[in-house]
Design a protein around this ligand. Structure first.
Ligand code: AMP
Ligand code: GLY
Length: 423
């Protein structure tokens, strides 16, 4: 098979790494990819969609795997399927689970899926009146649409809530994405994420993870795309995992089918373990980043076989019948190395040292590229998030030690990483 992955980050490098090991694979193409991915796949930059369609034709692509949310929410999977191209990734309608937070909350209410209380507002006078009318402080204000992970404000006070409401609704802080907002009850508990591969009818669990969102040690400083992660998620023991799977993931897959939007692709469920059990914080219509970098290395079964099963449209039986995914039974830890200043302004372009590895390193750790570029023969740090260093271990402590041992071998001017991932 010839496979095309769309995307350029650490998640796509981890997907490419797993797919490249498949016995079913002939050629792997990634668009646009990055210098790390270029070591295991052919990278082609497609400036527009016609160029992408030409690439699919000229490279005889049999399966397209879409990594990021933006093209999914924009309906790329539907446009590919309309041309009879096999795609792993949800339709535009199904991707609304991430594309509109109000859509996802409405859906959960309809299907009795546990979540915080919520209200939707289109004008700031009503939204502010709602906040002022509440005795208790502590609300979460969310832009309805995609806001690059920045559209959520957890407000401690009414003043903070009102400031967030006015900047989203009146000042259109996130443009079209904040023409409507949600005000949610603020729930408390430990957060963890559950990842599923769905075929429209059914789903299989691919792993759990906990990510570290704040930039600084001890969970301080601004939120980021993720500074590291651990899998399995310590907060999701077997019992909680089973509860979350039955009460949430299975209901989502059944509900989407019943609502005529069958969900095929990765489903990322962000959960909070409350005193009343797991509740949905958010859905994403794709794999997480850095969660893919920490979960996929634990998968011992062939990823490509699993993706193909999810794409098969045999209505007579579950595509996943008789499939049993096997996982490394220890733990994995990934540490994200960033350019100092991230998630704010960064000075990019430092030459990265320590990327050349010997065989012992290859066994000990995997280095996924997120924001790198090439300058002559050098690899340079171009992004906010630059590298994801993942290690497997017999347990979390062992994986953590191995990941940091490898992180210390890599450096560039302006490198920064958290020292307490998985501690
Ligand atoms: P989201 O982008 O929806 O995942 O939200 C970003 C972060 O905001 C989450 O990881 C939570 O830490 C927090 N958050 C979102 N919704 C709630 C809620 N209803 N109650 C408490 N915290 C929340
Ligand atoms: N790590 C969070 C995300 O992928 O959305």
């Amino acid at each position: 098979m010839n496979v095309l992955i769309i995307g350029s980050g650490g998640r796509e490098h981890a997907l490419a790494h797993s797919i490249s090991k498949s016995p079913l694979l002939d050629t792997l193409v990634v668009s646009p990819g990055n210098p790390g991915i270029a070591e295991i796949a052919k990278c082609v930059d497609c400036p527009d969609e016609p160029a992408l369609f030409s690439l699919i034709e000229s490279a005889h692509i049999d399966l397209v795997v879409i990594g990021p949310e933006a093209p999914l929410v924009d309906g790329l999977a539907d446009r590919l399927r309309a041309k009879d191209i096999m795609v792993f990734g949800p339709s535009q309608q199904a991707a609304m689970l991430e594309g509109s937070k109000a859509f996802a909350r409405d859906f959960c209410d309809r299907h009795n899926i546990p979540q915080p209380e919520w209200h939707r507002f289109d004008n700031s006078a009503d939204a502010c009146a709602y906040i002022r009318g509440h005795a208790a402080d502590g609300h979460v204000i969310k832009a309805d649409g995609l806001a690059a992970g920045k559209g959520v404000v957890v407000a401690d006070t009414k003043d903070e809530a009102i400031a967030a409401i006015t900047s989203m609704l009146d000042d259109q802080q996130f443009g079209h994405a904040s023409t409507s907002i949600l005000i949610e009850e603020r729930i408390t508990g430990v957060e963890a994420s559950l990842f599923a591969i769905a075929d429209g009818d059914d789903a299989m669990m691919i792993g759990t993870a906990q990510d570290y969102k704040r930039v600084g040690d001890g969970d301080t400083g601004p939120n980021t795309g993720g500074m590291g992660a651990v899998s399995p998620a310590p907060a999701l023991d077997d019992r909680l995992c089973e509860t979350a799977w039955q009460d949430i993931v299975e209901k989502v897959i059944k509900g989407m089918k019943a609502d005529h939007m069958p969900y095929q692709g990765f489903l990322y469920t962000g959960l909070m373990m409350t005193a009343n059990g797991p509740k949905v914080i958010e859905f994403n219509c794709r794999f997480g980043d850095p969660e893919a970098e920490v979960i996929l290395p634990r998968l011992q079964s062939d990823l490509l076989t699993t993706l193909l099963a999810a794409c098969s449209s045999d209505p007579s039986s579950s595509n996943f019948k008789d499939m049993d995914l096997k996982f490394h039974d220890g733990a994995a830890v990934t540490v994200i190395m960033v350019n100092r200043g991230y998630p704010g302004a960064i000075k990019a372009g430092g030459v990265i040292n320590g990327l050349k590895r010997d065989d012992a390193d290859t066994d000990a750790a995997l280095v996924f590229h997120a924001g790198t570029g090439k300058k002559g023969d050098d690899i340079i740090a171009t992004g906010g998030r630059v590298l994801a260093v993942t290690a497997l271990g017999s347990d979390q402590a062992d994986a953590r030690t191995k990941a940091y041992q490898h992180v210390k071998k890599i450096s560039w001017p302006g490198v920064y990483y958290r020292k307490d991932i998985a501690k």
